[in-house]
Design a protein around this ligand. Structure first.
Ligand code: NAD
Ligand code: UDP
Length: 342
């Protein structure tokens, strides 16, 4: 159940000025949800925490700071409805919460391949621990799954019914199979223990606060273009990705959490505008106004050749579509990197 807390009007952003309650007491009562965001100090998690705090939720941001940083949530640190908790999701957690967004997991290939065993543990043990917490507290729980569950897809665009084409023993398997097993656990806790679950399959997301050194294509290209270095295109650059701006993605995650209980997912969340990697490189060079050239490097093993979400389910069930055009989102991301590189 949501907690009842006493809020002092001049200090607390949760203060609800409805002109009805508590006028004679000098304070007002407000009901706020307690929301746990695992991986909350990461790229997507920090944007999600910002939005939840702004909505008046009581947010616990849990992170082990493997790829996330306190700086990402610095602007929230002093707020009374925000709390940082250093914890690793591979260990059990005892807190009382109403909702859980389970985002803890490194997302970029160089980070999740650095310690692949730990990556699988984070997805699998992390899911077990967070689902156990949801079961005990009766909290609603959302899993940040991924388009990587489709592997190197044989159908295009990818719809949720597609079962995927993942190499279970390749260098990406620790992430892909970890996330697939986490989905299995979510649906088994749903069927066996009636835990209130949501599963979002997130496609490539970009925006301010992306890790500058995580080797992902958007951050790499922007940094290379801004410093006049060659843009490193892997393979011949004909492989495709579909890039979703982080604000759109956070809207999708929040809509899924708020959706009626029968909408458990999985639901694809991504921007269906598909680009080849060479097109993306040229777009970044153009927006930055850079003199950088394109340099071709070997394609990493098991690199998916095409990726584009079918978002019909998100449109129909959540009334969600992304609204930020790639050029607009790239400009915002470039502005962020420009101010942080100075
Ligand atoms: P990120 O690396 O910025 O954030 C992950 C956060 O989880 C970091 O703050 C990290 O320190 C934390 N973390 C990692 N292992 C942990 C552990 N064992 N215990 C506690 N905290 C831990 O990545 P992101 O891009 O913000 O991704 C967030 C989530 O969304 C991830 O689950 C990722 O798999 C998923 N996702 C992201 C994308 C994308 O394009 N960014 C695409 C698909 C899915
Ligand atoms: N990529 C690239 N140059 C880079 C970084 C990545 O050409 O400097 C390619 C990579 O091989 C892949 C695509 O861009 O085909 C997206 O890579 P990223 O690591 O961002 O995401 P993922 O492969 O996990 O979708």
């Amino acid at each position: 159940m949501p907690g009842v807390s006493v809020c002092w009007p001049e200090k607390d952003p949760r203060y609800i000025d409805d002109g009805k309650q508590g006028q004679d007491w000098g304070f007002k009562l407000s009901i706020s949800k307690k929301v746990l965001v695992t991986g909350g100090a990461g790229f997507i998690g920090s944007h999600l925490c910002e939005r939840l705090v702004a909505e008046g939720d009581d947010v616990i941001c849990l992170d082990n700071y493997y790829t996330g940083t306190k700086t990402n949530v610095q602007s929230l640190a002093e707020l009374p409805n925000f709390e940082l908790l250093r914890h690793d999701v591979t260990f059990p957690l005892y807190v009382e919460v109403d909702e859980i967004f389970n985002l803890a997991c490194p997302a970029s290939p160089i980070h999740y391949q650095f310690d692949p065993v730990q990556t699988t543990k984070t997805s699998v043990h992390g899911a077990i621990n967070m689902l156990g917490l949801a079961k005990r507290t009766g909290a609603k729980i959302l899993q940040a799954s991924t388009s990587e569950v489709y592997g190197d897809p044989k159908i295009h665009p990818q719809m949720e019914e597609y079962l995927g084409n993942v190499n279970p023993i390749g260098p990406r398997a620790c992430y892909d199979e970890g996330k697939r097993c986490a989905e299995t656990l979510f649906f088994d806790y749903y069927r066996q223990h009636e835990v209130n679950i949501r599963v979002a399959r997130i496609f490539n997301t970009y925006g301010p606060r992306m890790h500058p050194n995580d080797g992902r294509v958007v951050s790499n290209f922007i940094i290379q273009a801004l410093s006049g270095e060659p843009l490193t295109v892997y393979g011949d650059g004909s492989q495709t990705r579909s890039f979703c701006f982080v604000d759109d993605l956070v809207n999708g995650l929040m809509s899924l959490m708020k959706a009626p209980d029968e909408i458990v997912g999985p639901i694809n969340l991504g921007n269906p505008t598909e680009l080849t990697i060479v097109q993306l490189a040229k777009m970044v060079i153009e927006i930055v106004g850079s003199k950088s050239i394109i340099e071709y490097r070997p394609l990493p093993q098991d690199d998916p050749m095409q990726r584009c979400p079918d978002i019909s389910r998100a449109k129909n069930k959540l009334n969600w579509i992304p609204t930020v055009e790639v050029k607009e989102g790239l400009q915002k991301t470039i502005d962020h990197f420009t101010s942080n590189m100075q």
